[in-house]
Design a binder for this molecule. Structure first.
Ligand SMILES: *Cc1c(COP(=O)(O)O)cnc(C)c1O
Length: 363
């Protein structure tokens, strides 16, 4: 196998743009004639600081982040935010609303319950998270400190196609698998966070966009490293940040700009997902797992309705170069993750392969 004959549909860590990897390779030993690899630089050096500043500025520009928000580059993955959010936002006797639309939101709600009162505003586990609740279904607590939801459910292949309306209650959203895939009105949110390994960079950096006034109210027991205020005051560099990953994130930001930014990504996600969903709707062999109205633009989940046939398809797909198409164990079947870096031609090739496979295997 080679990179040229491999189509990677991994859910995360996932495909990175080839151009980005080529630049990283070219700069690996000697970053722009500095004599150093980015991996070897002091995070306090002016050279590294310029990489950091440019990455942050480019991210802010792409997502159009207003100045009363801070962009943080943290560690611990998206999962550490499950603890950090309630520790920083909930005080004595405070309550938060959680919409449980998948496994990550479920873990987040369970974790938050250690630090405050949690109201389950919606829970779609009765249908194994094949759908997204409507606005009118949300049981909102007007006194909640925040409303938490996971914008794209990576495992189940569903995505919120609207931003919940919660009045003055700030929205907190896990956008690990759909950040920077469409233009977004950041002002509607209190906190947006994302682990990098789906749409941003290699695993190891977590991006947090936080409205600054939400920081500084952390519980007394909050571990030092989990306080937003400290990280804002120290510009994510209280300790050593994930330097190389931030550099990689910077390269992806430049690549995104070159592609035409988030408007271009928005068009691309429609184009790629439509290819797969249109075929799934006409197929008599494969079926989409999620309800049509809730379908994710990023993670397309499907199956044949028969676990043995699913396994046989995954095996054949892998042999043909379509790798990482096996679904998560909570859903079974298959999942094609088609993040920003997955090219149209990869999706086209997968659909052709599936069509051909259907003709040969449908009885
Ligand atoms: C992958 C993922 C996570 C977990 O991310 P880690 O960085 O591994 O902690 C959380 N939420 C969503 C939506 C994800 O896709």
């Amino acid at each position: 196998m080679s990179r040229e004959t491999t189509y990677n549909f991994a859910a995360g860590p996932s495909a990175l743009p080839t151009e980005v990897l080529q630049i990283a390779a070219a700069e690996l030993l000697d970053y722009r004639s500095s004599g150093l690899s980015v991996m070897e630089m002091s995070h306090r050096s002016s050279l590294y600081q310029s990489i950091f500043d440019e990455t942050k500025a480019d991210f802010k520009a792409l997502l159009n982040v207003p100045d009363d928000y801070e962009v943080l580059f943290l560690q611990g993955g998206a999962s550490t935010q499950f603890s950090m959010i309630p520790l920083n936002l909930l005080g004595e006797g405070d309550c938060a609303d959680y919409a449980v639309t998948g496994n990550f939101a479920k873990i987040a709600a369970k974790e938050a319950a250690k630090y405050g009162k949690i109201n389950i505003a919606a829970d779609t586990s009765e249908c194994n998270h094949t759908r997204i609740p409507t606005q009118s279904e949300l049981k909102l607590d007007p006194k909640a400190k925040y409303f938490y939801y996971c914008a794209n459910n990576t495992i189940f292949g569903t995505e919120w196609h609207y931003i919940p309306e919660t009045g003055s209650v700030p929205l907190v959203s896990d956008m690990s698998s759909d950040i920077l895939t469409q233009p977004l009105d950041v002002r509607k949110f209190g906190i947006i966070f994302a682990g990098a390994q789906k749409n941003l960079a290699p695993a190891g950096v977590t991006v947090v966009v936080i409205r600054k006034d939400l920081a500084g109210h952390e519980q007394a027991i909050t571990p030092l490293m989990l306080g937003y205020k400290l990280m804002i005051d120290k510009d994510s560099m209280y300790n050593t940040p994930p330097c190389y990953n931030i550099y990689m994130l910077g390269l992806v930001m430049k690549w995104l700009q070159k592609q035409g930014g988030l408007t271009a990504m928005d068009a691309l996600r429609h184009e790629k997902s439509a290819m797969l969903y249109n075929y799934l709707d006409e197929s008599r062999f494969f079926h989409g797992c999620a309800e049509k109205e809730a379908r994710s633009f990023m993670n397309v989940t499907f199956n044949t309705g028969d676990a043995d046939k699913d396994a046989a398809f995954c095996k054949a797909a892998t042999a043909a170069g379509f790798v990482n198409v096996k679904g998560h164990r909570l859903v079974g079947g298959m999942r094609a993750s088609i993040y920003n870096a997955v090219p149209v031609k990869a999706v086209k090739a997968l659909v052709e392969f599936m069509k051909d496979y259907e003709v040969k295997n449908r009885v």
